[in-house]
Each structure stands twice: as C-alpha cells, then as structure tokens.
Write a protein that binds this ligand. Structure first.
Ligand code: ADP
Ligand code: ASP
Ligand code: MG
Length: 814
C-alpha cells in the first residue's frame, strides 16, 4: 500500500486534478493507494475570509461565498461533462450548509475557533468528494472515506492534537476491510472525541497523510506539491534555489519549523519512529526526482542543507538587573506564555542572565506583552526588571544542517556575509545540537539575506553583482556595451554574475530587479521614468539587493555629493567623476571612512590615467608596506594632445580648437589648460599615498598668457589664444632650442606637489610620449633608483569604460 498526498495547487484546477488522477491510476496498477487531498488551492483562505467578513457584518461574504461556489462548479463542469448526480447532490448540500453557517456567523457576528474549524472543513470535504466521484465515473475502483471518522483529536480547535491510539485503530480497522484500489481521504479535517469538527492546523493535510502512513506502516509516504521537492531555500524568494535530493528527518523538521512551508512541521513525527521515508514530488512535473526525507546518511556531505525563514516575528526582550540569579525566572516567563497558548519560536539568553529574548508570532505580541507585564508586575514596580520590550516587523532566518556541528566557522561566515550586506542582526540563537543557527533580522531584509546566504553556502563559486549606472554618455554607453559583451565570460570564467539593475541619464531612469535586458536598453531607458538623483538613490536603496554598486559616469558635482548616502547603505561606489576625491580633504576622508565602516568599496581608478591601473598599483604598494618617496607623471591626455601637435608650423588656437573637437578637452578647455585637471589628479595620488593635502596646497605654475588666465568666458579665452600666439610660440621656440619637448608634468616630492609645463630633454622617459598617452613614475623605498613606471593610453571613452569595468570586477573578486 502507498500513501500519497496532493496539496492545494495539485487539486487547484481540473487540469491538475486530471494529472492527479493519472498518477493515481498508474500507482493503482501495482498496489492499493491511499490518497489524501487538500482543499482546492486558495479555498481555505477564502472560507476564512468569508467567515471574517460575515463576523464583521460585511455583506461581501455573500460574494466570497459565490466565488467559492463558482470555483467548485467550474471544476466539476470541466471534469465531468455529463455530471454525475452524486456530485451535484453532495456539493449542493454542502454549499447550502456552508451558506447557512455563514449567515449564522453574520447574524451573531461571532466566529469562534470552533465555528472556524467547521467552516474551513468544507474545503477538504468538497475537494475529496469531487475527485473521488470523478474517478468512480471513469471506472476506477475508488472510495472516498471521510477522515473525520478516522482522525480523532482533542478539542483544541484550529490546531487540535491527535489521539493516536483511537486514530490508529480507526485507520487500521477501516483499511482492513476496504476493498477498493484507491481511497480518497480529505486532509486536515478531524473530529474531537465528543464529535465536534476540528482541524490539524493550517497546512495540516501533510500531517493527515503522515498519520495514515504510520498507522498502516507503509513503505513510503509521498507528498505531491507545486515545487520539485524541498529546496535549498524558498524558491519564491531565491531564483537560484534548487531541490535537495536527500535530507534527514531532523533537517527537514528544522527547515519546516523555521518556515519551509513545503512540509507542515509535525508531519515528520508519525513516520520518524517507523523510519518511513517521505518523498516530496511535483504534480506539475512528475518526472522530477524530488526530495527524499529519510535517515539515509549517505548524502550528507555539505554542512548546510537549507536556509529557511519565518516572517511576521515579534521579538520580546525582558531585561533588568534584578533578573540575575532569581531562580525560576525563565520558568515563570515560559509558563505565562504557555498559559496564553503562545508558541515560542526562538529563545536567546545573554550569559549574564541580564536579559532574555524570545521570538514569537507577531499576531500574539500584544497578548504576550500584557500577560508578561502582568505576571511580573511586582518586579517591574520595584524596578528589578523593565516592562517587556516588543519589536515587530522582524523575521527569522535559519541555516539548517546535521553536519554543521562538525564544521568550524559556519556562523562566522553567515554573520560576515550578512554584515557585508548591511543586514542588521537583532538576535541570534544556535541550538545546542548545532543543527540550526538562526538570526532575527528586519522583514525588509529577508530577500536580500536569503539570497546572500544562498550565494555564500550553495553557490559559493558565483557572486551576483548588481550595478546601478548613472550617466550613459560617451563613456557610460561604452561601459554598458562592454558589460553586455562580457557577461557570459565573467559568469563562466570568474563566476561573477554581473547585472545592470539600474540605469539613468539626466532625463530618464529605469530599474529591473532581475537585471535590465541589455539587448534594447536604449529603448527601455528612453521610456523610463523621469530621472532625479534622489529618485535614483531611493530606488537603488529600496531594491535592497546584495552586492549593489553605484557607478558614477558623470562629471557632476551633485552626483558626487550623494556617494556618502550610497556608502551608508552598504552600496559600493565606482566613479570616474573626480570631484569627490579632489574635494576638500575632510570629505575625501569621510568617504574613505564610510567605505570601511559599511563594508562598501569606493573605487575611482579612472580618476587618474583612465583605464591604466595607477591607483590600484599605488594601493598595492602601500598595502604591502612600501612608502612613496616621489611621483613624476604626465597625466593629461588633453595637454599631451595639444603639445604633441603644436609647433612652429601650426597655430596654438587651431590646435586647442581641434583638441576640443576631438573630445580631448573638457567643454571648457581652461580646466585642462590651466592645469586644474592635472592638479586634481596629483592631489588624488598624494592622498592615496597617505598625505593630507588640498587643491590649494598644489603649486600650479601657469603657462597661459596673462590675458588667457584672466578671461571670463570660453569665447574670450579662445580670443586670447589668437592674440597671444607669440607667447605660445616662444614656449615652443625655447624648448626647441634646448632640444626638448614640451610636456605638462605633475610631481610629488617631499610631501609637496606641483604642476607645470616643462621642457623635457631627449632620453627622459617623458620625451617620447605620443598621442594621449599618460605616464606615471613611482619612486618608493623599494623602487628608489629605477621607478615603477605605468604608461599607456590615458584618455578615451573605451579605456575609461574598461577602467570602470575593472573596478567593478575588483569588487566582484573580493
Ligand atoms: P501544498 O498546497 O502542496 O501543500 P504549500 O504551498 O503548502 O503546498 O507548500 C509549497 C510551497 O512552499 C512552495 O510553493 C514554496 O513557495 C514554499 N516553500 C517555502 N520554502 C520552501 C523550500 N525550502 N522548498 C520548497 N518549497 C518551499
Ligand atoms: N487546506 C488547508 C490549508 O490551506 C490544509 C492544507 O492544505 O494542507 O491550510
Ligand atoms: Mg502545504
């Protein structure tokens, strides 16, 4: 004999019921079958809703009733085109009883637990009858037995306790004489010894099946549901979750106790002693292997088996200096809750006994508070303890695994992964058996926490990065294209799952939690919502995704002003925008501090030398204990362009114009030609070398003519270039006479930084610098004579985008 249970979705439509029937038909060819069914999916909730509406004098209960009726008749019509009278008679009768009950609740506006049980029982009674009669009408040897005649409980309505001796005997007696091949039983429903209708608790059909399986000592219990087994974590919240092949009873119990709804927690009890394995299968995908719950130890290599969560938790904290050493204190606390029938989900107590923390269902928080404050009235009046503190909007997440006790550092990994993602932990509990480690966190963080932990323990090798890019001009567009092109490579080779989850230009912004489709991102963005800087930040924050990175591809001061906000949310910042790093020292320091405090990387490699690994190299030198003595560098692509092309056959004005046209200078060329841009870069290198410095501290010897320096507008400035051609020619002539090349050089020496145009003689590493190339020479304690030199293209959209990309990958590799 086999016992199978089909859940709400499995019997939620005529199509699924047909699936169920064909599965049963196949099984019945080999052996007799007992099939426990739930109510049609969603019906239990609707019955309760109708009951609540009637109780509240809300006449909508009539509509809800009509909906319940429609759902059942639609299924009947689809299943039995030439409806059997037995079904119609029974369903009509039941529905009329149901309607009477609801009218009664409406009249007296009261819905007691006892009435509630009567009400919800209709769901399973109807579904089991419809399925059984359909099967009979198709010639299958089937009987439906009302489980209320078998399952006997106490009168603890809505979650009654089973009287096993009576129940087991009833089941055994019934099946001793039953001659049909297939028996359909309604799950969840039962009766008390005094004959009142009771139920086994929400989700209790699983339990019914387990009780029957144990009473009949069958070889296996099968729970058929809408997912392909017990998953590593809730598949509705974590896309990467996958079914667990084999799991122990204890692990399954812990996971279900901590919220894995796929199995009703008490289900394991009846079958555990008899070692009857539970097989979880998917009605919608019968070929999938599913999960076997048993004591078979062969498959328990990984220490963490699953991660689960329970929502709507309230945390009660009782504390006070008077608690220390009072015997029986905890006993009184637990007794108080037990008298109120409040279930304690989690307990933690500080070793000083100064406080005790309990996790309970949020719905019961008010009752718990009143009861505890009353029970400890005297101690509170004497200030020995404080009135109980209640916090809500919390959730418990739990790691579960029999083998965790044999592995060191699992809780360390768990908490550091959560910490890195700015998930605040309110309380922690670890069972003495070390089969679970649980933590209380904000409800709002649950999805992020589950995904983070799943990645940590089940996808150890892949890391998801969620990138939010602001600014998709020249460089930004290149970055998006590079990401699009490299995604597959990163996944396969670096195990980085890089997704762009937010995009914005100055007009529009878009977000997609699942990653923006990069095939047509431009169209998507064009149709996005109106962009604001705050809106972009708020949306990024609200998505609350793990490993989030904000990428600033603008040159905008206001965007730079928001980095602190991002870092405080543990969102990493990658910027090619130089403004923040070259702003006043206090702000630079603050961003560095926030980055450390909130575990959020702040990277800006492209601030100096575009894609060249200048800052990263400098950081590595310092991290490994080296000290910078001096830096000599040519850091301006624009000035290189100008001085590489300017000579006695060209005009300075023409060259500067050309540089502008080809995108080598800022729209305002004075920022480049005045040396400010280079000053910012050497300032950043000085700061990264550990020096406290501001822009004013950098000695800037201008090469522009006096009128050029004083010009008020860009147009005026260009005018001065024409007027002062002789001044610029004299610079060239002097260099030529000295057999030198003009280069704009930044230097850092003895803690002092300067920028100036210099004549570079032949043989000097700067002499042959071509095009927009940059070069940096680091003289350090380890490189005292021969400097460490980094040289290459130091400007251009492509290389800048790849520098940003490299920063993103650096975060991914960390
Ligand atoms: P049924 O109606 O068949 O009893 P339930 O809705 O009670 O089905 O349980 C199945 C649901 O449990 C799944 O659809 C899934 O959303 C949820 N669930 C939560 N945690 C897990 C988990 N770890 N593995 C599988 N399912 C889970
Ligand atoms: N129908 C009941 C519920 O929804 C029992 C079950 O489906 O297991 O809770
Ligand atoms: Mg269920």
């Amino acid at each position: 004999m086999k016992v199978l249970k089909f859940g709400g979705t499995s019997v939620g439509s005529s199509k699924n019921i047909n699936n169920v029937i064909s599965i049963l038909e196949k099984y019945a060819k080999k052996d007799s079958v007992v099939c426990v069914v739930s109510a049609v999916g969603g019906i239990t909730d609707k019955l309760l809703l109708a009951g609540k509406q009637a109780q509240n004098k809300d006449t909508n209960y009539i509509d809800t009733f009509a909906l319940i009726k429609d759902i059942h008749f639609n299924i009947i019509n689809e299943l039995n085109p030439n409806k059997s009278n037995a079904i119609i008679d029974y369903v009509d009768e039941q529905l009329s009883d149901l309607k009477n009950l609801l009218d009664g609740i409406y009249l007296i506006n009261e819905l007691s637990p006892k009435t509630s049980d009567k009400l919800v029982s209709f769901g399973e009674l109807l579904s089991s009858f419809i399925i059984a009669e359909t099967m009979k009408s198709r010639g299958l040897s089937t009987e439906r037995k009302n489980s209320q005649e078998l399952m006997i409980t106490n009168s603890n309505f809505t979650k009654a306790e089973v009287n096993y001796s009576v129940t087991n005997k009833n089941i055994q007696d019934y099946f001793k004489t039953a001659s049909q091949e297939i028996t359909i039983l309604p799950g969840f429903v039962s009766k008390s010894l005094t004959g009142e209708q009771t139920t086994l608790g929400r989700g209790g059909s699983d339990f019914t099946a387990a009780i029957v399986a144990a009473a009949l000592k069958v070889k296996q219990l099968e729970i058929w549901t809408d997912v392909s087994g017990m998953f590593t974590t809730n598949p509705k919240l974590v896309k990467q979750a996958y079914p667990i092949d084999k799991i122990s009873y204890q692990e399954a119990m812990e996971l279900s106790h901590f919220g894995a709804k796929v199995l009703y927690p008490p289900t394991v009890q009846p079958v555990l002693d008899l070692q009857i394995p539970i097989h979880i299968k998917n009605t919608l995908e019968p070929e999938a292997v599913g999960t076997i719950i048993s004591n078979d130890k062969t498959n328990s290599t990984s220490p963490v088996k699953g991660i689960s969560n329970i929502s709507n938790i309230a945390l009660l904290t009782l504390q006070g200096s008077g608690m220390i050493g009072i015997p029986g204190f905890s006993k009184r606390l637990f007794e108080t809750l037990s008298q109120e029938k409040i279930n304690i989900i989690m307990i933690t107590q500080a070793s000083s006994e100064h406080s005790i923390c309990l996790g309970i269902d949020e719905k019961e928080a008010d009752i718990a508070k009143t009861a505890i404050d009353t029970a400890f009235e005297n101690e509170i009046a004497l200030h020995k303890i404080d009135p109980i503190i209640v916090e809500t909007n919390l959730s418990i997440i739990a790691l579960v695994g029999d083998n965790m006790k044999n592995h060191q550092g699992i809780s360390g990994k768990m908490f550091s992964a959560l910490g890195k993602n700015n998930i605040n932990i309110r309380a922690i509990a670890q069972g003495a058996s070390e089969k679970n480690i649980s933590a209380v966190i904000a409800e709002n963080d649950v999805k992020k926490a589950l995904n983070t932990l799943h990645e940590q323990f089940f996808e150890a090798k892949t890391k998801q990065l969620n990138v939010f890019i602001t600014g998709v001009g020249n460089v930004g567009e290149k970055l998006v294209e590079q990401i699009k092109q490299q995604r597959k490579y990163l996944k396969e080779n670096l195990k980085i799952n890089l997704r762009i989850t937010g995009l914005s230009n100055s007009r529009k912004m878009i977000f997609d939690e699942e990653g923006i489709d990069l095939k047509n991102w431009k169209d998507l963005l064009a149709n996005g919502e109106t962009a604001t800087l705050d809106g972009f930040f708020e949306n990024t924050k609200a998505l609350n995704l793990r490993n989030s990175i904000f990428v600033d591809v603008t040159a905008n001061k206001d965007v730079a002003g928001l980095y602190a906000n991002y870092l405080r949310e543990s969102i990493g910042v990658v910027a090619c925008n130089k403004i923040a790093c070259s702003s006043d020292f206090e702000n630079y320091k603050l961003l560095k501090r926030l980055s450390l405090k909130y575990n959020a990387p702040y990277l800006f490699e492209t601030n100096v030398g575009a894609g060249l690994p200048i800052i990263d190299t400098l950081n590595n030198l310092i991290a490994s204990g080296d000290k910078v003595k001096s830096i000599h560098a040519v850091l301006s692509g624009s000035l290189n362009f100008v001085f590489n092309n300017f000579n006695d056959t060209t005009k300075f004005y023409d060259i500067v114009k050309q540089a502008g046209a080809e995108g080598y200078t800022e729209p305002d060329p004075r920022i480049d030609l005045s040396g400010v841009d280079v000053a910012r870069k050497i300032l950043i290198l000085a700061r990264e070398s550990g020096m406290e410095m501001n822009l004013e501290d950098i000695k800037n010897t201008p090469f522009l003519s006096e009128s050029g320096l004083k010009s008020d507008t860009v147009d005026d400035f260009y005018e001065t270039l024409i007027a002062d051609e002789a001044h610029y020619q004299s610079l060239f002539a002097s260099a030529k006479a000295n057999k030198s090349q003009l280069k704009y050089v930044a230097a850092l020496n003895n803690g002092k930084a300067s920028v100036s145009l210099q004549e570079i003689p032949e043989g000097h590493p700067f002499y042959n610098l071509k095009g927009s190339d940059n070069i940096v020479m680091f003289y350090t304690e380890r490189y005292p004579e021969q400097p460490m030199i980094i040289k290459g293209a130091g400007a251009g959209a492509d290389v800048t985008a790849s520098g940003l990309f490299a920063d993103i990958i650096r975060i991914g590799n960390n």
